[in-house]
Design a binder for this molecule. Sequence first.
Ligand code: HEC
Ligand code: HEC
Length: 165
Amino acid sequence: MKRTILCLGLAAASASALADRLPIPADAPPAFKAECGSCHLPFPPALLAADDWRRVMGGLDKHYGDNASLDEKSRRQIEEFLARHAGSDRRVTRPDIKPGELPRLTLTHWFRKKHDEVPAAAWKDKAVGSAANCAACHTKAEQGSFREREIRMPGNIGGRRHDRD
Ligand code: HEC
Ligand code: HEC
């Protein structure tokens, strides 16, 4: 299976980036879930590299077209937390990122590999809208669980068919 190849490459580095369980680490400051989980899923820290998290946290006033500004204390606490648990594997870094561009965990090599079986139509389905909308397919994403059997693809999209009940 393709997964075997991927695992070999990742095994040495951040083991957490490999897993289908990516719970929010227990030392998260309360502001992390409250603030970073208010517009979208509080993304698992291991899915981006520390420098990329610092880029995200350094420009919250211009946050992917939104304003996600925070008081400086919370901002710093969250930044330190994210950097502490960031992914160290090069597959979650974006070496090609341009100055001023915000990093996206949904564009890392790791994310693309993990999702290479998702048909293009699924990302565009109105129930999904964006790859960052993890919970549209991962029914237990809020609990930090991304197991295959918990996935429900939107509508009747092919490839893997997960019927709605
Ligand atoms: C006011 C709403 C709002 C808040 C608060 C917010 N975000 Fe976002 N965030 C967005 C929007 C909108 C996007 C773009 C989503 C998309 O493209 O589908 C985004 C995207 C992201 C992405 C890129 C996702 C991808 O495509 O890979 C990251 C990383 C991110 N946010 C982190 C954070 C962190 C960390 C915090 C807390 C400090 C936070 N966000 C708080 C609205 C918000
Ligand atoms: C359009 C549906 C869809 C969206 C949206 C989506 N995923 Fe996935 N995800 C999948 C599918 C399908 C797989 C492949 C399952 C497999 O082969 O085990 C997958 C695999 C994964 C895996 C690997 C699980 C394992 O068994 O190793 C993780 C982790 C994951 N996704 C996290 C995310 C995160 C985080 C987001 C949001 C930033 C997201 N996904 C968005 C459909 C989606």
